[in-house]
Every structure is written in C-alpha cells, then in structure tokens.
Design a protein around this ligand. Structure first.
Ligand SMILES: [Zn+2]
Length: 476
C-alpha cells in the first residue's frame, strides 16, 4: 500500500517592533538576563497591560501579504498555565477571537510547481521568558523575552513531503522578512515552528490521527522530523497498530521523535477573556493604510527582474533573497550599470563579501555607487576584471573608498611597446616554460601570464598581453 504524508504547521514569529506587546520595554535579544523587564511583563500584581499599536499594525501587514481576511473585532484571552518562565501564570493570547482568518502561504513543490498551503488563522499573543539549563545542573530564568509580540500562524493540513514543509516555512519567513514583520532568525528563536504529521492511504480522503512535533529550530529539523515521523507512523500502521494523538519531541542528533505527552495528559488552559484589555477594532482605513505602506512584494519584483530586465530566474533568486538585496541591486542599476553586469557583480562579488564577512547587506560598508564606478572602469577596459575585484576587496579590507584606490592604482596599460618590454623580460627569465609551450604543452601559459602581470604591477591589459605573449612565443 502506498501512503501520503499530511502536514500542518503552527509557526510562531516574533514581530520586529521596537517595544514589547503590552509594555514599553524594548524588544531586544542579546541583553544581560532580566535587564529588560518591568512590572507589566513580569506580572506584578496590579500592573496593567497596554496594547502596542505598532504590533497590531505589524500583524495587519502580515495578514495582508498572506491574503487573510482581517476581522473587524478581535480580542485577547488568558491562557492559564504554570511554568517558571511565565511569572504571570497565564499568557495573553487570542484564542476565541483571532484577528485574521484564512489566507495561504505560497510555496514550491519538489517538482518546482507552485502551490498554496491554506491558513486557518493568525493570532497575536505574547511570548514567555526563557529557562536556561546549565551543565552544572542548575536552571536559571531570563525574563527578557516575556511579553515579546508574537504572531501564531496556523495552517490547514495538506499532503506534502518534509522538504515541502520546510519550503513552506522558508517561503513564509522570506515574506515576513521582506515586509519587515519579523527578523525570522530561527537560531535566535524569533521564528519557531511546531509540525503536525499524519499519514493516510493514498486513496483515502479521511485524515489519519496526527502527532505534534516540537523543538524544530531549523529547516533541516522540519524536513527530517516529518520524514522520520511519517515513516514511524507507516511502520506502526502496517504492523496493525494505531497512532495515538500525542506530542512528540524531535531529537535532531539521534534523528528520532520521542513521546512527550499524550492527548489525555495535555493541559487544560482554562481560557477566559482578558479583562484588562479592550476589544481590538481594525477598520478598513487601518488596513488600507498598512497596505499602502507595504513595499512591492517579492512576486512583483521577480516579474520585474525576469520579465522586464531579462535576468535568468536562477540569477534573480539570490537578489530576491532579501528586500535589502533588491534595493542594493536597484541602486546598482540607478548608478548606471546594465542588469546583466549589476547581477554579475552583485552575485559574484557583493554576496561573496557578505558571506566572507558574515554580514547582511544593510551592514555592508561599500556603496552601490562606488561599486558601479569600479565596474564601469572594467567595462571601459581601463582596468581588468581581476583588478576591479581586487580594488573592491582592498576597499573592504582597508575600509577605504574604492574610487580612491582606483585612481591610485593607475589605469590598464595597452601600449604595445610597454607590453613587449615586460613580455621580453619574462620570456628570457623562463626559457624552460617557453620550451614546454613550444613542444605543445600549453600549461605554463598561465604561469607566464602571471609573471607578465607581476612585472607590470598588475597594469598590463590582460587580453592584449595574452595575445602578444602567444604571438611572441610562436615567433621566438
Ligand atoms: Zn515590560
């Protein structure tokens, strides 16, 4: 019998607001523990929460770009449970009346076709603190994260593979980052994902019993846990067993899922409406205002890059990876580069620099205009491609303006008598290499070219020098 894996996702995305959901503490990571707290987010008796308007606006933007239906009225509830990192004893969340229903995440199937994973809802809530378990057996509590604004995005179940489930989350993260709703750094925990997995016989229309997988903190974990868990369920069913509805933990080192708790011992949260917060009313004009503030979405930019500018889809993807990349690319065009050369230099040099320096484009010290000046010098044959790359690298290493290095470095020398001079010296110093080439082994050509470039302090026009070198060896 063949089986289909069905996956549903619950994604928690921390919203990129300046302050927390219900108080004015900064929403920041990397601070000393318990330095970013106040009576409201640590639940002192009598402290009153206030809704952060910026978080609601952020949530509206998320709902717009995921095609959700935004509810005019929504409301917060208390989800009661005890945990050391939740000093209030309850989490404020939208349980009964979420602010957004429906919508979908566009994603790519393994066969490269486009599909949509439907959403059930999105709601706003606050985060809890963090328990830190040290290797000496002690546990500590850091409440900095308490009351950080979260979106919980809940999808419908859909038949898909582990790779496709990861692709959905990747696509969602891309979109949320693009519109500035969330930083989406899984390693920092500001994008977290639980996955529901079930299997059913291929022909069946009915859903199987699902298990919920927790502790997925990377795309690889999402992909592998779905694959491993669906295989486990199929094995149980094929042996005549049944699947229990339960929560399971993913162990990424052992690549197994382990039972955490069954449905019977799942907690009863005793939800009830939060009495200290008003009903949220989102009017059409609020939605319109956020819609107008949205940047062009990735799909539109993709069409521009591929259809209007004629880039290959493969070239367009790294440019589209972040909105800031797109803006930098646009600045290269603005500075007078053609789409092809902007794309080549952006992907070949800028992205490589960012990778080497573990930076994001908004931290990159070189301006698009300065890069364009160097690229134009290459295109006008004033310097070689290699020299152009070298100048950019030097500018980064020495924190200097590339134009300054460009004007110091002198232009490419095409003057034939100068080239002949360097080549003659190199040939006379390397008779063995010359003999090898004459006997049909062209390997030493690269070495000789290197020597010519060295002799000219990198200023010889490479193509002219290469042609001349060839000719002079033949005539020698
Ligand atoms: Zn606070």
């Amino acid at each position: 019998m063949s089986w289909q894996t069905v996956v549903g996702l619950e994604i928690h995305a921390q919203m990129a607001t300046r302050s927390k959901m219900f108080c004015s503490c900064r929403r920041e990571t990397g601070l000393d523990p318990n330095h970013n707290i106040c009576p409201v987010c640590t639940g002192w008796p009598g402290a009153l929460p206030v809704i952060n308007e910026a978080a609601v606006r952020c949530a509206i933007r998320a709902a717009i770009c995921l095609d959700c239906t935004i509810q005019r009225e929504s409301r917060f509830d208390r989800k009661n449970y005890f945990y050391p990192d939740l000093p209030k004893g309850y989490q404020i969340s939208q349980f009964y009346r979420p602010y957004a229903l429906g919508g979908a995440i566009s994603f790519e199937r393994e066969d490269a076709t486009a599909d949509r994973l439907p959403l059930v809802r999105i709601h706003m809530e606050e985060d809890a603190g963090k328990s830190i378990h040290a290797s000496d057996g002690t546990s500590r509590i850091d409440l900095n994260r308490c009351s950080s604004p979260l979106l919980e995005i809940v999808t419908e179940p859909l038949g898909m593979s582990g790779i496709e489930a990861a692709s959905c989350v990747r696509s969602l993260r891309h979109l949320l980052r693009w519109v500035g709703v969330s930083d989406g750094d899984m390693e920092k925990g500001n994008l977290r994902c639980d996955v529901n997995v079930s299997v059913r016989p291929d022909a069946s229309a009915e859903l199987g019993t699902r298990t919920e997988l927790k502790n997925l903190n990377s795309f690889v974990s999402i992909q592998r846990s779905v694959e491993v868990e669906s295989k486990r369920q199929i094995e149980v069913l094929e042996k005549g067993g049944t699947i229990r509805q339960e929560t399971r933990l993913w162990d990424q080192d052992l690549e197994v899922t382990e039972e955490m708790r069954s449905k019977e011992d799942s907690p009863d949260y005793r939800y009830f409406p939060e009495p200290d917060l008003p009903v949220i009313v989102i009017e059409q004009q609020d939605i319109d205002r956020e819609r107008q503030s949205l940047p062009e979405l990735p799909a539109e930019r993709y069409r521009e890059l591929v259809d209007d500018l004629g880039l290959d889809p493969k070239e367009a993807l790294p440019i589209l990876a972040r909105r800031e990349n797109c803006e930098f690319f646009a600045a290269l065009l603005e500075a007078g580069l053609s789409a092809t050369s902007a794309s080549n230099w952006f992907r070949g040099e800028v992205l490589r620099h960012l990778n080497d320096r573990s930076e994001r484009i908004d931290q990159y010290p070189l301006a698009a205009e300065a890069i364009a000046v160097v690229v134009k010098a290459v295109e006008e044959d004033r310097i070689s491609v290699g020299k152009g790359r070298e100048i950019l690298q030097q500018a980064l290493d020495e924190q200097r303006d590339p134009n300054e290095i460009l004007s110091e470095s002198g232009e490419q020398i095409s003057d034939e008598s100068a080239l002949v001079g360097w080549i003659t010296t190199v040939l006379s110093e390397n008779p063995e290499a010359v003999n090898k080439i004459k006997s049909g082994d062209s390997k030493p050509m690269g070495f000789l070219m290197g020597q010519v470039m060295k002799a000219s302090s990198g200023q010889a026009h490479p193509r002219l020098a290469q042609d001349l070198l060839q000719k002079m060896i033949e005539q020698d």
